[in-house]
Ligand binder design. Structure first.
Ligand code: SF4
Length: 301
């Protein structure tokens, strides 16, 4: 079975490689400010799981700066023809002043070079009026909502301080699908205390969602400096997957997933200056070569 990767899907739809522009909405996170939890998910660094995102304020300036960072990779495409995904990644991007977010998302989606609006958030942080707004925006251009589920196991969710139950994910998922929104779910492989079978159970659950899941990001757990996970690991080290082990787990996850689920990510980029473990993941070239070789040998690409 061949997998469908997001880069190929976008190329097929838009006729060119589409780059993501990392943008900031100015939102914080209810799992950091005490609304649902304090201190955040244990793996989350102060950048709110978006350590590469731009730090500037106005959306025009952010887009301009983000374009400047990726445009050197698009030299073959006429500047007026270049297309991008506006990606609000850091923190919980539907958790903030509604009027501000309405203006921000509307201005962003209406820019001619933006073809998709992608919003990372928590499933417990989408209000009724936000659902209505997302539904409306999705009629202008595709809206993607990225939900950080990470695991279906409540004991792990508790251990990583996710601070919402699986039922919240499921209710929000169904509601988003009812609004016609594309949903991409983040899963972390290698969470503390999880066996391979635990990880497969998470992927099996997502594979059985109805309506089917649009996309998935499979991410390797990174232990970053100055996180609660780092402290936990220092006090009580847990198993860290090797690259061959991660590759094996990844292949099994891909075997479980339905053919139509679009694969948005097969690993993850931890900021090198903060990365503690797995140290092998700092060598992106070796990681990608190993994964791609395994994908080829197993008929996935
Ligand atoms: S919900 Fe997201 S931003 Fe908030 S603490 Fe967890 S990973 Fe970080």
């Amino acid at each position: 079975m061949k997998i469908k990767t997001i880069s190929e899907e976008l190329k097929r739809i838009y006729g060119q490689k589409i780059y993501k522009l990392s943008l900031q909405s100015g939102c914080s996170c209810p799992n950091r400010d005490g609304t649902v939890g304090l201190g955040g998910c244990s793996f989350c660094s102060m950048g709110g799981s978006g350590d590469f995102a731009s730090k500037v304020d106005s959306i025009d300036k952010q887009i301009e700066e983000a374009r400047a960072r990726v445009d050197n990779k698009m030299s073959g495409v006429d500047p007026t023809e270049r297309k991008y995904i506006a990606y609000f990644q850091s923190f919980t991007n539907t958790y903030g002043d509604f009027q501000h977010l309405k203006e921000l998302f509307t201005a962003t989606i209406n820019r001619p070079e933006i073809v998709i609006l992608s919003i990372g958030t928590r499933p417990d942080s989408i209000t009724d009026e936000m659902f209505l707004l997302l539904e409306k925006l999705n009629k202008i251009k595709p809206v993607w909502i990225e939900l950080g589920l990470q695991t279906v196991h409540e004991r792990t969710a508790e251990r990583i301080n996710r601070c919402y139950p699986l039922s919240t994910f499921e209710n929000t998922y169904l509601r988003l699908k009812k609004c016609g929104i594309t949903v991409i779910t983040h899963v972390i492989l290698g969470l503390p205390g999880e066996t391979h079978e635990d990880m497969y159970e998470t992927v099996r659950y997502l594979s059985n969602l109805n309506p089917p899941l649009d996309g998935i990001k499979l991410q390797l757990l990174h232990i970053l400096k100055d996180t609660r996970l780092y402290d936990e690991y220092q006090e009580n080290p847990f198993h860290i997957m090797t690259l061959p082990e991660y590759t094996e787990v990844l292949l099994e996850c891909l075997r479980i997933l339905p053919e139509e689920t679009i694969i948005h990510r097969l690993t993850g980029d931890g900021p090198k200056k903060l990365l503690v473990e797995p140290s092998w993941s700092a060598n992106k070239k070796v990681v990608m070569n190993t994964i791609n070789k395994a994908l080829r040998e197993n008929g996935f690409i």
